[in-house]
Ligand binder design. Structure first.
Ligand code: NAD
Length: 359
């Protein structure tokens, strides 16, 4: 399966298939002949896929850089280490950097590619479900800052995305469900057809049924690609829809110091918060509530390590970079498959929502 993201001179293909990793070097060599490459991955992937990475490295004659694993390492320091590696490897402006890993590796490597020699090309090879359905496409790259998530970064589109669902075989169930939260999100923003698809195939996808999962990934990526094409730099408001649940999620992650709660887990809580806010502010058509509630009830909320203080979450929200001139921006559900961006929610309503979800 192939999807093209049409962005004029920045257009690129996304290939989706089970087992594509075994054809990876042929694919990149034919897409980028006479090109030098470098691979960036993390300690976990380097260990799990040692043989595969070594074969890529020898077939492409390229060096490998291994970063530590975890969101806590999505920092300026790790980004700087990737730049040191690219400089030491003698890459030039026509070289391509291969990001092999989840969203953390992809975001950091993309940011390093965007800044190295004022920008070189990069290839996303996502190995988590989250990275497959979301972070590997769209060109948002960056690192976290002590003040908040993804506060330092750049828009830099990949030049190729290779999605091999075979990588999911080694992913932990917890990380799988965390990634599934982002796929689930598309049911709320991707149109009625996507809502109905997730409604009908949720159980099969959670059970990792290969064909349904491939279709869910394909549909999610297609929706993201079409949104990115129309609003690449998040200026028209359309791309903001992809942040469904994220205004809440980023603050929940910050509340737990980016340590004990995974991004997708926080997104899942955020999705529930957005739905509650939609009910509170009457954006959800009342006739559709039962449909939403049935779907949401089938996606159990992950346990949080400790009780959440709604007032503190609210405080973190105002520091998030998605605050527009002091106003919080939320994506709220309207009808099944459809949502809208709202910036006129009062602080009192935000707090009331948080108090409902975190009593
Ligand atoms: N750029 C974007 O548009 C965008 C969108 C959504 C999320 N994000 C970012 O993505 C990050 C989260 O991504 P994530 O959930 O992939 O986290 P992650 O990259 O930390 O991966 C999760 C864990 O799974 C391990 N792992 C990865 N692939 C594996 C595999 N095949 N087998 C076994 N283990 C594997 C990783 O080493 C890590 O321990 C966050 O930093 C978030 O901000 C970016």
């Amino acid at each position: 399966m192939k999807i093209t993201v049409n962005l004029k001179e920045r257009s690129y293909d996304i290939n989706i298939e089970h087992g594509l990793r075994f054809r990876f070097t042929d694919l990149v060599k034919s897409a980028f002949p006479d090109t030098s490459f470098a691979i960036v991955t993390n300690t976990t992937i380097a260990e799990l896929y040692k043989e595969l990475i070594n074969s890529w490295s020898s077939e492409l004659d390229c060096p490998i850089h291994v970063v530590p694993d975890g969101e806590v390492y999505k920092t300026i320091e790790t980004w700087n280490g990737i730049l040191d590696f690219l400089l030491d490897s003698g890459l030039d402006r026509s070289s391509k950097v291969i990001a092999l890993g989840g969203g953390v590796v992809g975001d950091m490597t993309g940011f390093a590619a965007s800044t190295f020699l004022r920008g070189v090309g990069f290839i996303q090879v996502p190995t988590t479900l989250l990275a497959m359905v979301d972070s590997s496409v769209g060109g948002k790259t960056g690192v976290d800052h002590a003040t908040g998530k993804n506060l330092i970064g750049a828009f830099h589109q990949p030049e190729l995305v290779i999605i091999d669902t075979g990588f999911l075989d080694t992913l932990s169930d917890r990380d799988f469900l965390s990634g599934y939260a982002e796929l689930f999100k598309y049911a709320l923003i991707g149109g009625r057809d996507m809502f109905d698809f997730v409604y009908a195939n949720h159980d099969a996808m959670v059970a990792k049924e290969r064909d349904k999962l491939l279709e869910g990934i394909y549909r999610s990526v297609s929706i993201k690609a079409r949104v990115v094409e129309q609003d690449e730099h998040e200026t028209s408001g359309l791309r903001a829809l992809l942040n469904f649940g994220h205004t809440f999620a980023h603050s929940i992650e910050k509340y737990f110091n980016f340590e004990s709660v995974l991004h997708g887990e926080a997104v899942l809580w955020g999705i529930h918060c957005a739905y509650e806010m939609g009910k509170l502010t009457d954006t959800v058509s009342s006739g559709d509530c039962s449909l939403f509630e049935e779907l949401l009830s089938r996606m159990p909320l992950p346990k949080l390590p400790q009780k959440v203080d709604p007032g503190k979450i609210l405080g973190f929200m105002y520091k998030d970079k998605k605050v527009l001139s002091g106003k919080l921006r939320f994506v709220l559900p309207t009808d099944p498959g459809f949502s809208k961006v709202s910036t006129d929610i009062s602080e009192k309503q935000v707090l009331a929502t948080l108090e409902r979800v975190f009593p």
